[in-house]
Design a protein around this ligand. Structure first.
Ligand code: A3D
Length: 320
């Protein structure tokens, strides 16, 4: 059986980390694509030389030519620019929208059967635009944000309670911005609802609120500390989990920016919702019961996403 082909569009900080993880896991052969000349080729060479040490056979190549992504099974898109300190994700809209247009056309012309995972920010708007530009079916184009945001929430809760991260099942819905919705009612410590666990451990409600707030601002905290660029290890790890769910037909239920038609009272936009990923791509959006407060928080978050879609349509008339 031929090996799978993974195309990484954007070979910067996340792209390079994705290539390393995908190679170590032998997910398939890897093409690092970027507009920067020499850079993806250099990273591919460097990463290939990890092979003898780590014992992987994955072929890693670098390219500036979309023809080299032909026939890719999975495409992970990080092309564009990341935030600098003081910038919001939305400040990236104008530049990254143009990038999505070029990337969408590259995918359409070379690997229209791929499962495409978008990471470029502002995530919910960029995955929508990438889908529009590529013309792929909605179930084959998805955004990565919820897996990362939920992992951030889980990390902070595990630290607070001094328990293993393996036992924390945290859940974040909505758009990938400061209005995202960490859903405490579906967050458990190995099945024990987080608010009950907090009572057992003597952790106050206001402390849980602080953790929710830190989760919402988790990306900005890292941007501020790095001083140049944004998080890349955990974003790459999150997208790899989604790619594995697709390639292995795992039917995992992961919070993803998926296309929502009807559920949650939403229609025609991408936003973070629990999603089953298997060989059919995003096979199902799962609609869960939310409290009134969670519903109104989700509304604030989706309104913010809708505003960004309007801004995209204003910037590129082909999207209107
Ligand atoms: P960076 O290291 O700058 O890599 C981006 C790469 O994209 C660079 O190598 C550029 O040369 C390349 N590029 C620019 N334009 C094009 C183009 N037209 N075609 C192909 N390649 C191009 O950034 P990064 O890897 O740190 O971050 C990439 C994106 O992910 C940014 O938009 C971040 O904001 C975003 N991001 C999202 C999350 C989410 O959770 C959604 C988390 C972290 C970062």
């Amino acid at each position: 059986m031929a090996r799978k082909k993974i195309a990484l569009i954007g070979s910067g900080m996340i792209g390079g980390t994705l290539a390393h993880l995908a190679a170590k896991k032998e997910m398939g052969d890897i093409v690092l694509f970027d507009i920067a000349e020499g850079m993806p080729q250099g990273k591919a060479l460097d990463l290939s030389q990890c092979g003898p040490i780590e014992g992987f056979d994955a072929k890693i190549t670098g390219s500036n030519d979309y023809a080299d992504i032909a026939g890719a099974d999975v495409v992970i898109v990080t092309a564009g620019v990341p935030r600098k300190p003081g910038m919001s994700r939305d400040d990236l809209l104008g530049i990254n929208l143009k990038v999505m247009k070029a990337v969408g056309e590259g995918i359409k012309n070379n690997c229209p059967d791929a499962f495409v995972i978008c990471i470029t920010n502002p995530l919910d708007a960029m995955v929508w635009a990438l889908r529009e530009f590529s013309g792929l079916p909605h179930n084959k184009v998805v955004g990565m944000a919820g897996v990362l945001d939920s992992a951030r929430f889980a990390t902070f809760l595990a630290w607070e309670f001094d328990v293993s991260v393996k036992d924390v099942n945290a859940f974040v819905l909505g758009g990938h911005g400061d209005t995202m919705v960490p859903v405490t009612s579906y967050t458990t410590i190995n099945g024990i609802p987080v608010n009950d666990f907090a009572k057992i451990k003597g952790v106050s409600e206001s402390r849980i609120d602080e953790i929710v707030d830190r989760t919402r601002k988790g990306g900005g905290e890292i941007v501020g500390l790095l001083g140049n660029g944004s998080a890349y290890y955990a974003p790459a790890t999150s997208a790899i989990a989604m790619a594995e769910a697709y390639l292995g037909d795992q039917k995992r239920i992961l919070p993803c920016a998926s296309y929502v038609e009807g559920k949650y009272g939403l229609d025609g936009l991408y936003v973070g919702v629990p999603t089953m990923i298997g060989a059919g791509g995003t096979e199902e959006v799962i609609e869960i019961e939310l409290s009134d407060e969670e519903k109104s928080n989700l509304k604030v978050s989706t309104d913010a996403v809708e505003e960004l879609l309007e801004a995209c349509k204003g910037l590129d008339s082909s999207l209107a």
